[in-house]
Write a protein that binds this ligand. Structure first.
Ligand code: ADP
Ligand code: GLC
Length: 480
């Protein structure tokens, strides 16, 4: 039966500060870019509201103007519409907020833009106005806000009829603003309380979303549980415990149209782990690594405290002493960048590229034997999913989405032949050392290794089941 007959078509507005392939700093962009296509299969019509950054405006060819604001955070603004790269975009054209050099959140000097709170309050305000019927021909049934940048939308919508979902992609970023910005951000004095959106004397955009949204989700079931613990909740665990019944985890997928080893135009395509060989040779060339006996491990990551790469620096001698190698692609903290570059300068079997390069990321995922994700916390993580799809065995920390997506090669899992990777306790150099040693042992047993890689490739990493979960959630909210 066609979807439209089974279910009435639902309209959802996704509100996000990033959307691949247009503008991206991390996994949020991948998720926001993939959701509309995945949800279309479920009879959901999703439009995506995105800031009109310079790079986004440059991609619009013949946008339609759907709405004009006389003034939005101090100057006129517009909502433009155009379909770009398969996504129905609504672009908030507000040059005074978004037409700038630098990156999405940072000035060219690498500092947060001083008006970030106002910039993303404007995005949230535009979302709330669209929910209230600002566009002549399109009003959403649900607003789906992603991360702190969209988190004031559920607050601005609090007295309206349209329900909202707030998705936490990373609780480490909370969008704090000084109390004196209250009026500028359109926040009622009555809501500037600990029960509302005050956070230790400041305004927390994320807390506003967590308090006022109809439903809350995060990007894996395990992170949903972790978020309610003080260790992971980053000061908002109490707020989340209060909303336990409204909080759920919906696992991210990856776009299997883009990440498919059999059809990927950026690699030598393959259908079984054996086909990785040619890609491995190319990867060695690209990173100038010699032949070696041990596993060629890869890392593709933002280089921040979250990702645990400082732990990897300490644990790495275990890998190299057993003939293993590391190829790392990443950017981030200058200290970590330098530390890895220095290591690569003295260690033949470690090679590092400090840059952002999507095409190289594909080649690494295709050619690596294993992918390392030793995060201290990880809401979902996408690179381990890419690794699974390409038979690149993930070695991950036992946390968040890394816990939910990898079956560790325990004795039991090996005996049953179901292991897809390895897991170790997060935040521990010793645990990481042991896991790297075990990785080398497993790699040295070609039959076991091939089985793990085959299992990995068979593990579903697409959006199918999670798209259904989101669709069910939307429908339950509309019906409520
Ligand atoms: P996070 O969002 O916390 O950074 P994820 O694993 O969810 O972590 O998503 C990271 C995304 O960014 C993946 O698509 C990954 O391939 C990509 N990525 C990260 N660093 C780089 C880089 N230096 N070059 C290319 N892609 C990168
Ligand atoms: C965040 C998280 C990451 C997650 C991504 C997409 O950036 O750090 O774990 O995969 O969002 O949800």
């Amino acid at each position: 039966m066609p979807i439209s007959l089974k279910h009435e078509l639902m309209k959802v507005l996704s509100v996000t500060s990033e959307c691949a392939p247009l503008v991206k700093t991390g996994g949020l962009a991948d998720v926001a870019g993939a959701l509309p296509g995945a949800l279309a299969q479920e009879g959901i019509e999703m439009r995506t509201l995105l800031p009109g950054y310079r790079d986004v405006m440059a991609r619009l060819k013949e946008p339609e103007t759907l709405h004009r604001f006389k003034t939005l955070q101090g100057a006129p603004a517009r909502i433009l519409a155009e379909r770009v790269e398969g996504v129905d975009l609504l672009v908030l054209d507000a040059p005074h907020l978004f037409d700038r050099a630098g990156s999405l959140y940072l000035s060219p000097a690498g500092e947060d833009w001083p008006d970030n709170a106002e910039r993303f309050a404007a995005l949230s305000r535009a979302a709330a106005d669209i929910a209230a019927g600002a566009l002549a021909d399109w009003q959403p049934d649900i607003v789906h806000a992603h991360d702190w940048q969209a988190a004031l939308a559920p607050y601005y919508m609090r007295n309206g009829a349209v329900p909202s979902i707030m998705t936490i992609h990373n609780i480490a970023f909370q969008g704090l603003a000084p109390a004196k910005s209250r009026a500028k951000l359109g926040i009622d004095k009555a809501d500037f309380t600990p029960e509302g959106l005050e956070y230790w004397g400041e305004i927390s955009a994320l807390k506003a979303g967590l308090t006022f949204a109809t439903k809350l989700t995060t990007v894996s079931p395990s992170y949903a549980e972790e978020l309610m613990e003080p260790h992971f909740g980053m000061g908002l665990d109490g707020v989340l415990r209060k909303r336990r019944d409204d909080l759920s985890g919906v696992l991210n997928g990856i776009d299997t149209g883009v990440w498919n080893p059999a059809t990927d135009p950026l690699i030598k395509p393959f259908k079984t782990p054996r086909g990785k060989k040619k890609n491995k040779a190319l990867l060695r060339d690209a990173f100038d690594l010699p032949e070696a006996q041990g596993p060629l491990c890869i890392v593709i990551s933002r280089m921040t405290e979250q990702k645990g790469l400082d732990l990897l620096l300490e644990a790495l001698p275990v890998l190299t002493s057993k003939g293993g190698q590391l190829a790392l692609l990443g950017t981030g903290s200058p200290e970590l960048e330098t530390a890895f570059q220095e290591l690569a300068a003295r260690e033949l079997n470690v090679s590092v590229k400090i840059t952002y390069d999507e095409s190289l990321a594909h080649k690494m995922i295709a050619g690596g034997d294993a992918i390392l994700v030793p995060s201290r916390f990880e809401p979902c993580g996408l690179t381990q999913l890419m690794g699974l799809a390409y038979g690149t065995v993930p070695l991950v920390a036992l946390t968040g989405g890394l816990r939910d997506t990898v079956i560790s090669a325990s004795h039991a899992a090996l005996a049953r032949g179901v292991a897809t990777g390895l897991q170790c306790l997060p935040g521990s150099v010793e645990a990481l050392r042991n896991a790297l040693a075990k990785l080398c042992l497993l790699y040295a047993d070609p039959i076991t290794w091939a089985q793990i890689a085959r299992n990995a490739m068979a593990h579903p990493v697409g959006w199918e089941s999670s798209a259904k979960e989101y669709a069910n959630l939307y429908r339950s909210m509309k019906a409520a």
